[in-house]
Design a protein around this ligand. Structure first.
Ligand code: URA
Ligand code: SF4
Length: 205
């Protein structure tokens, strides 16, 4: 019991990344070039969760660095969200062969890494990018019917939006992603103002 407690309190994003890089808990470990633990700081306010690393990510070991990553970066920039404010990762940390959708056993094997990242960062909001993350995290089905929604589950806020790869050849979806990230930015500002006012109330007595 004591050993487990010490382990949890000593956890860090670096420790998780080291474990992911050496992980062979599911069959994706056999075909990957590089595992992709995620990118960002413990102080991040938002966690973005995609599906799985693609070809570029597998080659470099970093998330969202291909075309989908460029679309995400542009939407972040338009919403005034800085990269330093966000942590970006995926449901599974290794690339599925041919970019197929990660299977249930792979998602389950990889889930503890994501849960540890979430509990270390304790983000103000989690941004769900597309159907794979939506079904894995929230058990949701239709992204088209639910995108743009901010929901709260067990005290954690989530924004549901499309996967940036879906917007590569679709201008409307690109605007949808940009609108959703700008709602995200407003939500963060609202939460921060609330906190600030609470602190001021406390100081004022
Ligand atoms: N698509 C994803 O879901 N994740 C990445 O890291 C890259 C592309
Ligand atoms: Fe381990 Fe996750 Fe990679 Fe599977 S996808 S080998 S569980 S890090």
């Amino acid at each position: 019991m004591v050993a487990i407690a010490r382990n949890i309190s000593n956890d860090s994003l670096e420790e998780i990344a080291t474990e992911v890089v050496g992980c062979s808990l599911c069959k994706l470990s056999r075909s990957r070039k590089n595992a992709v633990p995620g990118d960002g700081q413990t102080s991040a306010k938002i966690i973005f969760i995609g599906e799985a690393p693609g070809k570029n990510e597998d080659e470099k070991g970093s998330p969202f660095i291909g075309v989908a990553g460029r679309i995400l970066d542009e939407a972040l920039q338009k919403a005034g969200i800085e990269r330093s404010q966000v942590f970006i990762t995926n449901i599974v940390k290794c690339r599925p062969p041919g970019n197929r959708i990660p299977e249930d056993d792979e998602r389950a094997a990889c889930r503890p890494y994501l849960d540890r990242q979430i509990s270390l960062i304790a983000p103000r909001i989690i941004c769900i990018l597309g159907a794979t993350a939506y079904s894995s995290i929230l058990g949701g089905k239709s992204i088209t019917q639910n995108r743009g929604k901010i929901i709260k589950r067990k005290g954690q806020k989530y924004l549901i939006t499309i996967h940036p790869a879906a917007a590569i050849y679709n201008k409307n979806l690109r605007h949808a992603l940009e609108d959703d990230l700008s709602s995200l930015s407003q939500e963060i500002k609202k939460m921060e103002n609330l906190d600030r006012n609470t602190i001021l109330d406390y100081i004022d007595g």
